[in-house]
Write a protein that binds this ligand. Structure first.
Ligand code: UTP
Length: 447
C-alpha cells in the first residue's frame, strides 16, 4: 500500500489521524504502519463504529425456555456411537481448534497451547490434543484433519511448537494452521487508537473470527475437498476434551443437526457459563451476565435447576453450515479496556482507567441461524477442566488433578489397579481410554 492509497482509504472512514506522525517516522516504521493500514478494511471500521453507536443494548431474555437436552444411555447411546464410528471410518470428521486467544488470565508467555500441563512429562496442551486426534484416527483407520486457528501474535510460536515436536506424531499434511483477523481498537468516538506513533492498536477478533478466517485461509475449501461433513470444535485450554467423540458425532449426524452443543450441568446456580435458551423456533446463547437471579435459580418440576445446562464450548458443526455462515456478518461484542495511547505530541500514555474499545465476535452467535440444533449432556468431571487462571479454580493445579483422576478412572475401568499415591500420565496415542488400556494388555500389580 502506498501512502497515497493509505490516505485515501483512511479519509473514506474518517481516520486521517492515523497518519499524524507518519512524516516523523523512520522508513521501516513507515512501511510497517502502511502494512498495518493495508489490513484494515474501511467496511470493518464502519462496522465497529456502528457497534459503538448501538452500544451493548440489554436483550430481553425473559421469554427464553430451556432446550431439550439428551442424556444418552443404553440403546440410544449405542446407536449414537455406531453412527459416529461410521462417520469416523468414512473419514468425514475434522477437528477444529481455536487457539488464538491471548491467555491474559493465565499470564503465560507464548501461546496457551504450549503451556506445560502433563502432570509428569510437562507436555504442552497441544500434545494432548494432537495425540488424541492421532489415536482416534488410528482407531478408525482414517486420519482426522486438524485445523488450528492462531492469531498474529502466536502463529509463529504455535507452528514452531508443532515442528519442534514432530507434529506430535501427526502427519503434517493433516494439520492446517490458519490465522484469525485483527480489529483496530477505538475510542468511544469511533477513532482508531494509535498505541505508538507508528502503530495501530489491534486485537484478535474473538473466537467468532473463526468463520471469516476459515474462509479466507482456504480451510473450508480444504475440508470440502477431503469430504468432511462433521467438524468437531474445541478450545485450547481443556485437555480433558473428548475430541471427535463418536457418541457426540453420531448424535449430531442422527439428529441432522447443523450446530450441536455438549452441555454440562452447572455446579451452582450462578456458575459463570453461557447457556442456550429457546426463543420460539430459534436457539440463542445467553451469557451468565444476561440472566436474572430468578432465571439462575428457577426450579423444574423434578426439583433440579430449570436452566440446568451450561456450555463449555464443545461443539460439532455441519461443514456446509459453516460455509453458509462464513459469508455473513456477525455481531460485535465490545470490551472497554485500558489501551496505551499516544498523546498529541506522540508520547505513549498508559491510562489508569479504561479508555478504549476492543471488538470481538463469538462463535455461538451463529446458533440462531442453525436450521437444526441438538444438545447433548455430559459429565463435567469427565470432559471439562479448563486452564484459565494462574491459581485457584480452573487453574493448572485443578486441571492436572482432574486429568489424573480421569486416567485413574480409565485404568480402574480397564481392570488395572493403581496405588492412590502414584502420579499418572497416559499418552493418549498409547491408550485413548479404558478400551485402549485393555488393548495394550497392560496389567499392573495391585496394592
Ligand atoms: P478465552 O475466552 O478463555 O480467552 O478463550 P483467552 O484469550 O484464552 O484467555 P483470557 O480471557 O485472555 O484469559 C476461549 C478459547 O477461544 C480462543 C482461545 O484461544 C481459547 O481456546 N480464542 C479466544 C481465540 O482463538 N481467539 C480469540 O480472539 C479469543
Amino acid at each position: 500500500m502506498t501512502i497515497q492509497e493509505a490516505e485515501k482509504m483512511l479519509k473514506s472512514c474518517g481516520q486521517e489521524h492515523v497518519l499524524k506522525f507518519y512524516g516523523k517516522l523512520k522508513k521501516p516504521e513507515q512501511e510497517a504502519l502502511l502494512a498495518q493500514i493495508a489490513k484494515i478494511e474501511p467496511k470493518n471500521v464502519k462496522y465497529c463504529q456502528a457497534a459503538l453507536k448501538a452500544g451493548t443494548a440489554a436483550v430481553d431474555n425473559s421469554k427464553g425456555t430451556a432446550p431439550k437436552v439428551a442424556v444418552l444411555k443404553g440403546k440410544a447411546l449405542k446407536e449414537a456411537v455406531a453412527a459416529g464410528e461410521a462417520e469416523l471410518k468414512a473419514g468425514r470428521v475434522a477437528a477444529l481448534l481455536v487457539a488464538g486467544g491471548q491467555g491474559s488470565r493465565l499470564g503465560f508467555e507464548g501461546p496457551k497451547g504450549c503451556y506445560p500441563i502433563g502432570p509428569i512429562t510437562n507436555a504442552p496442551l497441544f500434545y494432548f490434543h494432537a495425540r488424541k486426534i492421532l489415536a482416534r484416527g488410528n482407531r478408525y483407520g482414517k486420519p482426522i484433519p486438524f485445523y488450528v486457528m492462531t492469531s498474529e501474535a502466536n502463529t509463529a510460536a504455535t507452528v514452531e511448537c508443532f515442528e519442534k515436536n514432530n507434529y506430535f506424531g501427526l502427519d503434517p499434511k493433516d494439520v492446517f494452521f490458519f490465522t484469525q483477523g485483527m480489529w483496530p481498537g477505538m475510542t468511544a468516538e469511533g477513532k482508531i487508537i494509535l498505541d505508538q506513533p507508528g502503530h495501530v492498536f489491534m486485537s484478535p477478533d474473538g473466537h467468532g473470527g473463526l468463520l471469516a478466517a476459515l474462509k479466507k485461509s482456504g480451510a473450508l475449501k480444504d475440508m470440502k475437498k477431503r469430504g468432511i461433513k462433521s467438524v468437531f470444535f474445541f478450545q485450547v485450554d481443556n485437555p480433558l476434551v473428548e475430541i471427535a467423540d463418536p457418541a457426540f458425532i453420531g448424535y449430531h449426524v442422527n439428529m441432522k443437526s447443523e450446530y450441536s452443543l455438549k452441555l454440562c450441568a452447572k455446579r451452582d446456580p450462578f456458575e459463570k457459563v453461557g447457556m442456550p435458551m429457546k426463543f420460539g423456533a430459534q436457539y440463542r446463547m445467553v451469557e451468565y451476565t444476561e440472566m436474572t437471579k430468578e432465571q439462575c435459580t428457577r426450579k423444574a418440576k423434578d426439583g433440579k435447576l430449570y436452566f440446568l445446562y451450561g456450555s463449555p464450548a464443545i461443539h460439532v458443526f455441519d461443514r456446509a453450515f459453516l460455509e453458509r455462515e462464513a459469508g455473513r456478518p456477525m455481531p460485535l461484542h465490545l470490551a472497554f479496556k485500558k489501551i496505551p495511547v499516544v498523546d498529541e505530541k506522540g508520547k505513549v500514555v498508559k491510562p489508569a482507567e479504561p479508555n478504549g474499545y476492543k471488538f470481538e465476535k463469538f462463535i455461538f452467535d451463529i446458533l440462531p441461524n442453525a436450521k437444526t440444533a441438538a444438545f447433548l449432556a455430559f459429565d463435567q468431571k469427565d470432559e471439562f477442566s479448563p486452564v484459565k487462571n494462574a491459581e485457584g479454580g480452573d487453574s493448572p493445579a485443578t486441571c492436572k488433578a482432574d486429568m489424573q483422576e480421569k486416567w485413574a478412572k480409565a485404568l480402574a475401568e480397564a481392570g488395572v489397579l493403581v496405588r492412590k499415591d502414584v502420579a499418572i500420565e497416559i499418552d493418549p496415542a498409547y491408550a485413548l481410554d479404558a478400551a485402549g488400556i485393555k488393548e495394550t494388555g497392560l496389567c499392573l500389580g495391585a496394592e
